[in-house]
Write a protein that binds this ligand. Structure first.
Ligand SMILES: Cc1cc2nc3c(=O)[nH]c(=O)nc-3n(C[C@H](O)[C@H](O)[C@H](O)COP(=O)(O)O)c2cc1C
Length: 205
């Protein structure tokens, strides 16, 4: 059985620079032997968290939208790639709202102490975070990193590798930077290889 990795695109541009890096990382993970599920987050139909807190007592959200399918998927994945531009020094609104909706996982883990992710999956799930920024400022990726790290903790998919590309306003087209594309591919391949190895050793146990 192949490991399944989710790949989140946080940019609203399906063929922008973030998407180019994500596609490279996905190709690396696929070449390592994984199945990939790409999620174009800005295209999903869902409402930001309304703090109904139905999830304090239930394994699901009371709002019935595209997030239901995401909850089911995120219980089962063996790894994750997040690719996002920086917007207003943080994660773009749609991706942030997506992360916030995983309060369903937060409540299960930290309030009811009954996680939605199995112990077996928790042992090996890892996340690769890719982010790009227009500017070349100090602390540019701090907001993205903090939100991603918190999200990864909530969904039990540890943040294990990162690729940051700054100064896109000057670089403009990532296709002109084959070394960065190669780095994304290699990081995706490393994540995929680790998932294949972990799943193989779990099945031997
Ligand atoms: C609404 C908005 C806010 C942005 N805020 C920032 C920012 O705070 N810091 C920064 O360095 N770049 C910022 N950018 C620039 C993007 O990070 C940059 O253009 C990136 O390359 C976009 O990637 P994409 O084309 O793949 O979506 C912003 C862009 C937009 C559209």
């Amino acid at each position: 059985m192949k490991p399944v990795l989710a790949a989140l695109l946080g940019s609203p541009l399906p063929e922008g620079n973030t998407a180019i890096l994500l596609d490279k990382a996905m190709a690396g993970a696929r070449d390592a032997g994984c199945d990939l599920r790409k999620i174009d987050v800005p295209e999903l139909g869902f409402t930001p968290c309304r703090e109904f807190y139905f999830c304090k007592d239930h394994d699901q959200c009371m709002m019935d939208d595209d997030m239901n399918e995401m909850y089911a998927l995120f219980k089962e994945i063996d790894g994750l790639i997040i690719a996002t531009p920086v917007m207003t020094m943080g994660v773009p609104g749609a991706l942030k709202a997506f992360m916030d909706r995983f309060q369903v996982f937060f409540c299960a883990k930290y309030i009811r102490k009954n996680r939605l992710v199995s112990a077996e999956k928790r042992r090996h799930r890892r996340t690769l975070l890719i982010s790009i920024s227009g500017l070349n400022l100090p602390h540019t990726f701090d907001g993205v990193r903090l939100s991603a790290e918190s999200f990864c903790d909530i969904i039990d998919c540890k943040l294990s590798d990162e690729l940051y590309v700054r100064d896109m306003d000057n670089k403009k087209d990532l296709l002109l930077y084959p070394e960065l594309l190669q780095e994304a591919y290699q990081k995706g391949k490393a994540l995929g290889t680790a998932a294949v190895t972990a799943l193989g050793s779990d099945q031997e146990m």
